[in-house]
Ligand binder design. Structure first.
Ligand code: ADP
Ligand code: MG
Length: 312
């Protein structure tokens, strides 16, 4: 957009970096970027937006916003089993605030550098604060994991401790704020399990909503005892078991991976998970039905979810 286009030197200052990736033919500075997809690989593309007032507060730490704008996209590629490569950012800014841009770029590039992601372009326009990141990655041909590959009998697994990010945010828990402000995308695990899992998704909206997406895509159902959920003891101790279950099911923002594995591959998965610095929990199995039922003491778990839907 022209009002900000003349600030192009700002883009050069804050966003142009030496490309680390030899597959980049042309990066920031022309009308479009050019990249090469290696033979026998497929290009995987995802886009996610963060909007002030919806996904973060406008006075949130810009370093955290920079991190999260990339992390949410990295998490989507993790859930495909893809390796991230190239990002572009559409920045909607109400004004040019150099200190804000410097901190945003710090959060973005610290994470980008850890996963060898190069920023190859973007757009900078005047408007209500919002950030849209498009991220591209690679997978060997045919090896990306979709949501739709599950079969009845496959075992449903989840990494980490769903509910922790929502707990950290809701209760402003000082030693846990990083769970929410600086979520860690599970790229290493996503890539490792892609050869053996049948369906996968990342938990950004909460276990309930994201498991429903997996079931819908795979045309299956599941009945899961909420006692099998890997809820951290400190969350249960702090808010009680029932509220802890609500946070795990509906809290969101965890960016853990939820996937299904055929029983024949379970041993391989358990062996792999021995090397993870993250827990793996088996929480149930896909069935032929079309419903998701959460159970407690063999009865339907009565949720009080409305209170947990929105944090901002
Ligand atoms: P155009 O009018 O051709 O879209 P722009 O001035 O919007 O040109 O962009 C010039 C160059 O700067 C392009 O390479 C574009 O990808 C890049 N760019 C613009 N904004 C950003 C940004 N926020 N982050 C990274 N690159 C950006
Ligand atoms: Mg432009």
């Amino acid at each position: 957009m022209k009002v900000i286009a003349k600030e192009f030197n700002l883009i050069q200052r804050f966003f142009a970096r030496e490309a680390s990736n030899k597959d980049i033919v042309l990066s920031i500075g022309d009308d479009a970027a050019i990249t090469k997809v290696p033979t026998n690989y497929e290009l995987v593309t995802t886009t996610d937006s963060l909007v002030a007032g919806t996904h973060f507060l406008s006075d949130s730490d810009p370093c955290s916003i920079g991190h999260r704008s990339l992390a949410v996209n990295l998490s989507d590629l993790a859930a495909m089993g893809a390796n991230p490569r190239w990002a572009s950012i559409a920045l909607h800014l109400p004004e040019i605030n150099e200190a804000w841009l410097a901190d945003f770029a710090k959060g973005f590039f610290k994470l980008a550098n850890r996963f060898d992601v190069d920023l190859i372009g973007g757009d900078t326009v005047k408007g209500p604060l919002a950030i849209t990141v498009t991220l591209q990655g690679l997978v060997p041909e045919g090896s990306a994991v979709k949501r739709s590959g599950g079969s009845s009998g496959d075992i449903i697994c989840v990494t980490g401790h769903p509910g922790l990010a929502a707990f950290a945010r809701k209760h402003n828990h000082s030693d846990l704020v990083a769970c929410y402000d600086y979520p860690e995308p599970q790229l290493v695990i996503g890539e490792q399990v892609r050869a053996i899992v049948s369906a996968m998704i990342d938990i950004s909206d909460g276990l309930d909503s994201d498991l429903r997406q997996l079931l819908l895509a795979s045309n299956l159902g599941a009945s899961i005892d909420v006692e099998s959920l890997p809820i951290e003891a400190r969350v249960k101790d702090s808010v009680g078991f029932l509220d802890a279950v609500e946070l795990a099911l509906f809290g969101g923002e965890d960016y853990e991976l939820l996937f299904s594995v055929p029983p024949s591959k379970l041993n391989d998965l358990l062996e792999m998970s021995n090397n993870w610095d993250k827990s793996l929990s088996l929480i149930g199995q896909f069935n032929e039905g079309k419903e998701l039922n959460w159970l407690l003491d063999s009865k339907p778990f009565n949720s009080n979810q409305s209170g947990f839907k929105h944090f901002i």
